[in-house]
Design a protein around this ligand. Structure first.
Ligand code: SF4
Ligand code: SF4
Length: 428
C-alpha cells in the first residue's frame, strides 16, 4: 500500500489541546462491557469488531509516540507504530466497521466516548489521505457542486416546479407554492440531496405541512444540502467549509430559522458540531423539522387526524438525532397524533440499535455486505413489532431500511416522518 499522507499531521491529531481526548484515550479498563452494544460484533460474533478494539488501535498509537514507556519499550505496553499495517487495520475498523452510533459509549462502564475516539482516528486517517475513496468522493461532490450528489440547479428547479404543480392540485389552491431563494423569510428549509434525486415525495410532504401552517419559508438553490459527510470522513477543514456555506446562506437570505431536514448526521453536524467548526455560535435559531412539526402541533398551527393512518407503524430512532441529539419526545408526540396504531421497537429510544447505515456506511460501497449484515438486528426488531410501516426521521436510515427491506424481505413500507404527518393532515 502506498501511503501518501502526512504522518506528522496525523500524529499531531493526538496531541491537540483537548482534555477529553487525552483522558478518554487512556481510560479503557478492558472490562469488555461494550461488546454487546455493537451491531457489527453482535451480527458477526467477530471479536475484532468489539468497540474496545477500536479504542485500542487509536490509543496504542498514542502510547507509542506520547509516552515514555511506548517510546522505550513499545512491545511491553502494546504500543503500535503508525505504519502500513496499523493504518490498514485502522481503516477497516474505524471506517469499515463503525457507524459512530454511540451505543457503546452509553454502555461503557466508565464512560469512554468511543465514537468520539473513532472520529479522532478517522481524522488521523484523513491526514494520511486514507479516507475510503467512495466516502471522499461524496465530500468532494459537496465541496465542488454545493450538494453531495452533484445535482445541477436546473434539475433541482425542474423537480421543484412539478412538485409545486402537484401541491396546488392536492390542496386545491393555485397560490400554494414551493418558494425558492426568497429573502426575509421565517424559515430556510434544507434538503437531503437524496430527496430531489430519488424521493421528491418527502419534499411535497414538507411543503404541504408548511402550507397548512401558513409558514413563511424558502428553499435555496445556492446551499440547501443538510448533509455534511466531512463529519464522517474526519476532515475538519472540509466539514467547516460545508457548515460555513449553510450559515452564510442564512445571512444571504436574511432568514430567521434554519430548519434541518430529516437527516441525523446533517442535524448533528450543523446544529451541534457547526459552531465548534466555525468557532462561534449562530446568530439565528437552528432546529430540526421534527421539532418544528411538534411545535406546529403544540401551537395549533396544524391539525392531524390519526384515523387517516390506521396501519400499525413502528419508529426507528436515528442515533444522531436521539442518542447524540436528545430529540426523543418530539417524534412520539407527533406519532401519537398522526397514527392510530403506534408500537415501539425493543429496545428503543436512547438504547435503540443503529440500523447500520450511519457513520458514512451508506456512502462506502466497499463495506456494503458488512453493512447489510449489521442491519440484521434491526430487521429482527422490526419483524417483532408486527408493523406494516417503519418511519424514521432520517434519510440515511430510510435508505438503509429500504435496502434491508429488500434483502431480508420484510414487506413493510418505509417512510419519513413528514410523509406520515402529511398523510394525516387536516386542511381547513
Ligand atoms: S459507535 Fe456504534 S458501531 Fe461504533 S463501535 Fe460503538 S456500538 Fe459499534
Ligand atoms: S466498556 Fe469501556 S472500559 Fe470497558 S472495555 Fe469497553 S471501552 Fe473499555
Amino acid at each position: 500500500m502506498k501511503i501518501n499522507g502526512n504522518k506528522e499531521k496525523a500524529l499531531a491529531v493526538l496531541k491537540r489541546r483537548d482534555s477529553k481526548l487525552q483522558s478518554h484515550l487512556n481510560s479503557c479498563v478492558r472490562c469488555g462491557l461494550c461488546a454487546e452494544s455493537c451491531i457489527f460484533y453482535l451480527s458477526t460474533g467477530e471479536e475484532r469488531y468489539i468497540p474496545a478494539r477500536k479504542v485500542d488501535i487509536v490509543s496504542s498509537v498514542y502510547r507509542r509516540y506520547n509516552t515514555l514507556a511506548g517510546k522505550l519499550m513499545p512491545g511491553l505496553v502494546k504500543a503500535r507504530e503508525l505504519d502500513e499495517f496499523t493504518l490498514t487495520e485502522m481503516v477497516d475498523l474505524l471506517f469499515g466497521s463503525c457507524t459512530m452510533c454511540g451505543r457503546c459509549t452509553a454502555h461503557c462502564s466508565i464512560g469512554v466516548d468511543i465514537s468520539y475516539l473513532v472520529s479522532v482516528g478517522r481524522s488521523m486517517l484523513a491526514e494520511m489521505a486514507m479516507v475510503p475513496s467512495s466516502l471522499q468522493s461524496t465530500v468532494d461532490a459537496a465541496i465542488k457542486t454545493g450538494n453531495n450528489m452533484g445535482i445541477p440547479v436546473d434539475e433541482l428547479l425542474d423537480t421543484l416546479e412539478w412538485l409545486e404543480d402537484d401541491l396546488r392540485d392536492e390542496v386545491d389552491d393555485t397560490e400554494a407554492a414551493i418558494p425558492v431563494n426568497k429573502s426575509n423569510v421565517n424559515i430556510l428549509y434544507t434538503l437531503n440531496p437524496r430527496e430531489p434525486k430519488f424521493f421528491p415525495l418527502s419534499i411535497s410532504a414538507m411543503a404541504k405541512i408548511f402550507y397548512a401552517a401558513g409558514e413563511s419559508w424558502t428553499l435555496s438553490t445556492r446551499m440547501y444540502d443538510v448533509t455534511n459527510y466531512a463529519y464522517y470522513s474526519g476532515n475538519l477543514d472540509e466539514a467547516r467549509e460545508i457548515a460555513r456555506r449553510l450559515r452564510d446562506e442564512m445571512f444571504e437570505l436574511n432568514a430567521r430559522i434554519c430548519v434541518l431536514a430529516e437527516c441525523g448526521h446533517g442535524s448533528r453536524s450543523f446544529r451541534w458540531e457547526g459552531p465548534n467548526y466555525l468557532g462561534s455560535s449562530y446568530a439565528f435559531e437552528t432546529i430540526t423539522s421534527v421539532e418544528l412539526i411538534s411545535r406546529y402541533l403544540k401551537e395549533g398551527r396544524i391539525k392531524l387526524d390519526s384515523s387517516l393512518n390506521t396501519e400499525r407503524i413502528t419508529l426507528h430512532d436515528p442515533c444522531n438525532l436521539v442518542r447524540s441529539g436528545g430529540i426523543f419526545e418530539e417524534q412520539r408526540f407527533i406519532l401519537e397524533r398522526a397514527v392510530s396504531d403506534f408500537v415501539e421497537m425493543n429496545p428503543y429510544g436512547y438504547d435503540n440499535y443503529c440500523c447500520g447505515g450511519g457513520g458514512g456506511q451508506l456512502a462506502m460501497s466497499e463495506y456494503g455486505e458488512r453493512r447489510l449484515k449489521a442491519g440484521e438486528l434491526k430487521v429482527k426488531q422490526i419483524k417483532n413489532t408486527g408493523a406494516l410501516t417503519v418511519v424514521s426521521p432520517c434519510h440515511n436510515c430510510v435508505d438503509q431500511l429500504m435496502q434491508l427491506n429488500q434483502v431480508y424481505r420484510m414487506n413493510v413500507k418505509i417512510k419519513t416522518l413528514a410523509e406520515i404527518v402529511a398523510d394525516a393532515l387536516v386542511l381547513e
